[in-house]
Design a binder for this molecule. Structure first.
Ligand code: ADP
Ligand code: MG
Length: 392
């Protein structure tokens, strides 16, 4: 971690020829449970991980904005006036990856920052959050810049407003539909705890995970099957959920009960029915997981994690053969709970595993993937970490 702070500072100096005034960072996240419930105004339980995106930044004397990243050869320069004038997704496509940070500046303008009266900035990013692995590199990128600009521009926005800013940047500027899960986790998490979020109210509350005390760790198994959030499957699932809510006569599936859904079984098409059933049961599993963590600790949440995976595999149909295999092998070789995490159609599995069984699970998964002819997955342990903030 210290290394990346230094890399961010060095990268800034190499590109811009002077030292940054500060370095801020935001973490990636893993969702412990509560998948696709966020845009249904339901419950989610992510935690920030010990992989972060660092933003080295300095204000300028003019209104120029320059953004660069160690992860990309494409650096962007524009003016704050251009940023302010950008209407939603206009031009975001041409910015490539830089649409995320530019979108953050734009969204700060949307919630009240007077971009015309503020100085421009140079920013350089370095990150060890893998991109597109379901660990939300996008929210880490947004969050690191949001806390930086909030401070250097002296905007005084609270964490919840910055969640809104990053959410707007990704949805309204970049044009990638997401709920508030990723941005809340990146900005509001506390070390050692998961973050219980009510996506209807935006309220977020830390729930101690107690992993150390229980000698448990969370292993991420990145299947390397890449997903494309903004297209196809994700959008289609959202539409199914909206259709189900309409047919049940509620504003969102948050307001529906399993009894209501059962009563509609004969009139609703089978696919929509199963999509809605996943959301309703998943909301309950999040509530149950929070209660179990508080009353009994992490050793007792394994069944809830696997029930969540089954629901995503069979009802929501967002799993892949690779994800299913990783879950099955992890459970057979020592994990006490496992599920795919993130939007689905690839990405990662998390396996709640006694620390002394981590290597056994890893070796078993490597073997099984080789046997199936799948690409070797990347595996690493993640620790629940603090949210966005200043590093130096
Ligand atoms: P993820 O699940 O990792 O959030 P997304 O598709 O939502 O996947 O976001 C990934 C995109 O975010 C990348 O394609 C890139 O445009 C941008 N991104 C994330 N981190 C960085 C970074 N450190 N530098 C440049 N771009 C980044
Ligand atoms: Mg993302």
């Amino acid at each position: 971690m210290t290394e990346l702070v230094d890399e961010a500072a060095a990268g800034f100096e190499a590109r811009y020829g002077y030292a940054p005034s500060g370095i801020w960072s935001a973490p990636g996240r893993v969702n412990l449970i509560g998948e696709h419930t966020d845009y249904n105004q339901g419950f989610v339980l992510p935690f920030a991980i010990d992989r972060r995106t660092f933003a080295a930044l300095a204000l300028r004397d003019d209104d120029v904005v320059r953004v660069s990243s160690g992860a990309s050869d494409d650096a962007i320069q524009l003016s704050l006036a251009d940023v302010a004038a950008a209407g939603g997704q206009t031009g975001a496509g041409a910015l490539g990856w830089a649409a995320y940070p530019v979108g953050v500046a734009w969204a700060l303008g949307q919630v009240g920052a007077d971009l015309a009266g503020l100085p421009g900035f140079d920013v350089h990013f370095e990150s060890d959050v893998p991109v597109g692995a379901g660990l939300s590199s996008s929210a880490a990128l947004e969050g690191s810049l949001a806390v930086a600009l909030n401070e250097v521009w002296r905007l005084g926005f609270d964490g919840h407003t910055l969640v809104d800013v990053c959410h707007r940047a990704e949805n309204d500027f970049v044009g990638a539909p997401t709920g508030i899960l990723d941005q809340s986790a990146a900005l509001l998490s506390e070390a050692g705890a998961a973050l219980f979020i009510d996506c209807r109210t935006g309220e977020a509350e830390p729930v101690d995970l107690g992993l150390d005390e229980a000698d448990l760790a969370i292993l991420v198994i990145d299947t390397k099957v890449t997903h494309e959030h903004s297209n196809g499957g994700y959008r289609e699932r959202r539409e199914s959920c909206e259709r189900a809510a309409r047919e049940l006569g509620v504003a969102s599936l948050r307001d529906a009960s399993l009894e209501m859904l059962l009563a509609a079984r004969d009139t609703m098409d089978g696919v929509t029915y199963r999509r809605a059933r996943h959301i309703l049961t998943e909301n309950q599993r999040v509530l149950d997981t929070v209660a179990v963590l508080r009353e009994q600790g992490p050793t007792e949440i394994g069944d809830l994690l696997f029930a969540s995976h089954r629901s995503m595999r069979d009802d929501f149909e967002i799993s892949t053969p690779e994800l299913d295999l990783a879950v099955e092998i992890a459970l057979n070789y020592g994990a006490i709970g496992a599920r795919m995490t993130g939007g689905g159609f690839g990405g990662s599995v998390i396996a709640l595993t006694p620390t002394w069984m981590i290597s056994q699970v890893q070796v078993s998964i490597d073997g099984a993937f080789a046997e199936h002819g799948y690409t070797g997955p990347e595996m690493f342990v993640v620790w629940p970490s603090r949210g966005a903030g200043r590093d130096r």
